[in-house]
Design a protein around this ligand. Structure first.
Ligand SMILES: N[C@@H](CCC(=O)N[C@@H](CS)C(=O)NCC(=O)O)C(=O)O
Length: 213
């Protein structure tokens, strides 16, 4: 039995979609961000960074959304959510997942929380907000161009957990001046991913029933 520590719509969403798609036995444990529970002494024992999500599997505790996705897809290879380890296809899958978490996700985090860098200096806030949105937009343009040539999914014709990860980040980016969905090939991928019963169920279980991407 897996336990996913989550808050609705947070970085738990992609691991949650994977848990649903692989039909895993799992339970959700709410980390109530409205009460700053991610910084509570109990949660910090699970995740010393005080960040969501965390996966608990028996005695094993795992942080970082992308690492959780990798752990799940490798524990359930028959679900086919990632190519076989050791193949060039798997290296490409890793490339996309790491790009999403390391580049796009980080830029979106800065864009969502510019005050973490700029403090309360309004001019600095504007610079950080504009710069991070521009940089996130450039990453999305790269994804769009890739999908146009090689889509409909990040790995071509094969749906993978990397597409789930992109769907999670695209949802965060809805308030952007140029939202991810305004790019037709990203929109097509999002339509396909969010039509999956597993993805709908994951968001539903988090209490999110509209605007899932
Ligand atoms: N690199 C981490 C980032 C996780 C992260 O930043 N989670 C956010 C929610 S989406 C969080 O816990 N924020 C609470 C905080 O920063 O106090 C991951 O991908 O798991």
């Amino acid at each position: 039995m897996y336990q996913l520590h989550y808050f609705p719509g947070n970085a738990n969403a992609a691991p949650h979609m994977v848990l649903e798609e692989i039909k895993a036995d799992y339970e959700l444990c709410l980390v109530d961000r409205t009460k700053n529970a991610q910084k509570s002494p109990e949660y910090l024992k699970l995740n010393p960074n005080g960040r969501i999500p965390t996966l608990v599997h028996g005695q094993f505790i795992l942080n970082e959304a992308a690492a959780i996705v990798l752990y799940l897809v490798d524990n359930h290879p028959d679900a086919g959510l990632a190519p076989k380890v050791g193949t060039p296809e798997r290296a490409r899958f890793n490339q996309w997942l790491i790009f999403l978490t390391n580049s796009l996700q980080e830029e979106l985090m800065i864009w969502q929380y510019p005050e973490r860098l700029a403090g309360d200096d309004q001019a600095a806030l504007d610079v950080v907000k504009r710069g991070s949105e521009r940089r996130a937009g450039a990453f999305l343009d790269v994804i769009e161009e890739h999908l146009e040539k090689n889509g409909p999914f990040l790995l071509g014709n094969k749906l993978s957990a990397a597409d789930f990860y992109l769907a999670m980040l695209a949802r965060w980016g809805r308030p952007m001046t140029r939202p991810p969905r305004s790019r037709p090939h990203i929109a097509n991928l999002l339509d396909r991913v969010t039509a999956l019963p597993s993805v709908r169920r994951a968001y539903e279980r988090e209490g999110i029933t509209d605007e899932i991407c």
